[in-house]
Ligand binder design. Structure first.
Ligand code: NAP
Length: 335
């Protein structure tokens, strides 16, 4: 059975996911696209082999040509399209964040609970990365004992002038928020932001690098150094320190060179190169799940929890204080 996907938002990641759904993923086709930028939608529809173009995302959702919806438009538009998909009873994968604010996320939780079964997944693709899965496997096997400290590094070559100190939390560290919750299987209960010395390579309005310390329900400390303008490439790593050992996730190496007594390995250029395989695995798991009538991927609750943490995180950027995080009660649908 082929799952016909309609894509709302044909920017960077909408096009990327669309190409994978058409060329790489088993069991999917792209039947429709929509973007407020009609020229962009037309170009991507052509690249994807002639998908139908809709002026309005809500019309795309209602179309009988669309079995499942992929929301890859800008963050502030996510909740209206996710709610519309639930209203139409259609499965929907929403790129992160589920929505930029917790009231919007809570509305989605309520709508899905009222619908009575899961339809929504959120694009936290790092859960499908082989390195992160190996770290989780080491913890779950008991090999490293009890989790105590998680160190995270997230570095990016350069960002544009529009990137702000709050976006270090809402756009970038939100990935570490999700991986911390998923690796440890616990909610994050507090966040503190401690700004380090600034690089001269950033725009003056940007605190770069940025450093945050999150704590979890059982007291694990998860630290994140996010460096937006590190200059040298895209570098994502973590080390989970346990009571009897550690597990580390490094940049994947497919080749290296040795010359003049020096070992050299490539650092990925950007997130597309680093997490390309994880995006593919995430999309394949979603499509295969839908073929079997299942909703496979991070739930709307996971989306809500990540947004909650970064929302408080933004307050922590402003205050410099340790901020407590409290959640609404988790509905039975997500337990
Ligand atoms: P982008 O290149 O700006 O693409 C978003 C597209 O959505 C733009 O073409 C935009 O048009 C369009 N759009 C805006 N409002 C719309 C509406 N109401 N209906 C239909 N289309 C609309 O952004 P992107 O980098 O692809 O990011 C898109 C989303 O994916 C963001 O939420 C981002 O956080 C997420 N993302 C996730 C990852 C990940 O690692 N999981 C990586 C990258 C991006 P205009 O440009 O005219 O506004």
């Amino acid at each position: 059975m082929t799952i016909h996907v309609g894509i709302i938002g044909t920017g960077f990641i909408g096009e990327d996911h669309g190409r994978k759904l058409v060329n790489t993923i088993n069991g999917s086709a792209v039947s429709a696209v929509s973007d407020i930028n009609l020229g962009r939608a037309t170009e991507v529809a052509r690249l994807l082999g002639g998908a139908r173009i809709f002026d309005d995302g809500h019309e795309l959702i209602r179309s009988p040509e669309v079995d499942a919806v992929l929301v890859t438009s800008t963050g502030p538009t996510h909740s209206e399209f996710v709610l519309s998909s639930i209203d139409a009873g259609k499965p929907v994968m929403c790129e992160k964040p589920l929505a930029p604010t917790t009231p919007e996320c809570e509305e989605i939780l309520k709508a899905e609970v009222a619908f009575g079964r899961r339809l929504v997944i959120v694009g936290y693709m790092r859960r499908y990365d082989a390195g992160y899965r190996a770290v989780k496997g080491a913890l779950e096997s008991g090999a490293i004992g009890d989790a105590l400290v998680l160190h995270n590094v997230h570095r990016n070559a350069t960002v544009g002038e529009a990137y702000t100190s709050f976006m270090t939390m809402t756009d970038s560290m939100i990935h570490e928020v999700d991986t911390t919750r998923w690796l440890l299987g616990e909610e994050i209960t507090s966040v503190q932001v401690i700004p380090p010395k600034r690089t001269p390579k950033a725009y003056p309005h940007l605190q770069d690098p940025q450093f945050a310390a999150f704590t979890t329900e059982s007291g694990v400390l998860s630290t994140v150094e996010f460096f937006a303008n590190c200059q040298y490439g895209y570098d994502v790593r973590c080390e989970l320190v346990g009571s009897i050992g550690t597990a580390s996730m490094v940049n994947p190496t497919v080749a290296s060179t040795i010359a003049a007594r020096t070992l050299a390995e490539r650092i990925p250029a950007d997130w597309r190169e680093r997490f390309g395989a994880a995006y593919t695995a995430e999309l394949q798991a979603w499509i295969t799940g839908l073929q079997h009538g299942e909703c496979v991927g991070p739930s709307a609750w996971e989306g809500y929890a990540a947004t909650k943490v970064v929302e408080v995180g933004v307050e922590a950027v402003k205050s410099g204080q340790r901020m407590k995080i409290e959640y609404v009660e988790k509905p039975a649908l997500y337990r």
